[in-house]
Design a protein around this ligand. Sequence first.
Ligand code: NAG
Ligand code: NAG
Ligand code: NAG
Ligand code: NAG
Ligand code: NAG
Ligand code: NAG
Length: 365
Amino acid sequence: MKLNPTFAATLAATLSLVFAASAHPGEALSKRQQEAHNARSVAAVNARALEVCQQRPEVKARKQRDIARRQATFDQLRQKRSLQNDAFFHRRSDADFQQWAASNHNFTGEVDVTVSSKDLFPSNASCVLAPDNANGPYFVSQELIRQEIDEEEVGIPMHLELQFIDINTCEPADVLIDVWSCNSTGQYSGISAGGQGGLDTTYLRGVQLTDDEGVVNFDTPFPGLYEGRATHQHIIVHVGSEILDNGTYTGGVVAHLSQLFFDQKLRDAVESLAPYNTNEIPVTSNVEDLFGGYASTAEYDPFMNYVVLGNSLESGLFAWTELALNTSSNWDFYAPYASTWAAGGGSDNPAFNFSVVTMPPPTHD
Ligand SMILES: *[C@@H]1O[C@H](CO)[C@@H](O)[C@H](O)[C@H]1NC(C)=O
Ligand SMILES: *[C@@H]1O[C@H](CO)[C@@H](O)[C@H](O)[C@H]1NC(C)=O
Ligand SMILES: *[C@@H]1O[C@H](CO)[C@@H](O)[C@H](O)[C@H]1NC(C)=O
Ligand SMILES: *[C@@H]1O[C@H](CO)[C@@H](O)[C@H](O)[C@H]1NC(C)=O
Ligand SMILES: *[C@@H]1O[C@H](CO)[C@@H](O)[C@H](O)[C@H]1NC(C)=O
Ligand SMILES: *[C@@H]1O[C@H](CO)[C@@H](O)[C@H](O)[C@H]1NC(C)=O
């Protein structure tokens, strides 16, 4: 694995600034106080939104539809892979399955790939505002609108189902979702930074418009591990973009940016398999990650729910989560793009502001 030494040094320097900032709580506090007048506290927003949302009949109905949809997706994914007659990893009967599927649980820390999981497909029809996280240095603008983004990349197949709710209305959000991650050996496509895939690659990047339920689907391998980071999946939510005839989009405003994480036990299992285990980048665990702190609040869990499709990890994963955002937010400043995709190859963004890539928008407690 070759990392561009200049980039690695810059990243290390930036990360050490993050460390330095957190080592001086007084400074962080005064920065926070400066931000406070235009920042909405996640806690306050959540208290309001939860009160408004939770009792609404349409929210309760959506919760039931979410469970049914996830069950249907799971069944379809198994059928597509001819796994429908295989016991799946959790070895439940269909009746049990229905019963578990109807109940609600926090999966985080409870799903163990070697042990039966009790409940599948929980839905809280989320009205919990997801905090924004840092964008990282590798966002590519105007990527292709498509569900299948794995291209030729090898790895554990993962079907992602992401659901987006507008915190202002408790209704499914009508937005464009951008996702990206590095490949199984820790390299990103679409950017000119040394050691990465280059400007003429698009693997593991794509964009989807949410459907009537605020849902998008992507097929992508489970992400690899990048230098200094826990395994994560990037997402950006665009509001008001125009879809173009050539299968891309233009314009709009970034209203949410964050990173989704994966259970450590799942990571450990995946990362022990080829080709993940050929990645020479040193492992950063979830708890060691410097950006994990931005990712969650007491109410919002940034870990993906998941279920293994067959009786081994190689059969693939169905992973899902739901998150609420404020579609009126404008976080363009915090979402610089490294490059822009165009047919035949992308180009670097001459106005790329590297100094904000580790800076999350002020939607934190
Ligand atoms: C759903 O919400 C309930 C009540 O707020 C909570 O106890 C439960 O853990 C949540 N489940 C999930 C999957 O987030
Ligand atoms: C979910 O469970 C994890 C692990 O026990 C815990 O850290 C987290 O606070 C829980 N989240 C919620 C929303 O209950
Ligand atoms: C990951 O991407 C890099 C850069 O495009 C490529 O050289 C490498 O072969 C890919 N990893 C795998 C396992 O294919
Ligand atoms: C969403 O953001 C807008 C614009 O910043 C703000 O006026 C509104 O109060 C926010 N909504 C909630 C529920 O916090
Ligand atoms: C799509 O069209 C837009 C507007 O003409 C252009 O900027 C963009 O490069 C095109 N993208 C692709 C992938 O063809
Ligand atoms: C880049 O971001 C830094 C940090 O917020 C800011 O001070 C600077 O003005 C920005 N540069 C440009 C050209 O926008």
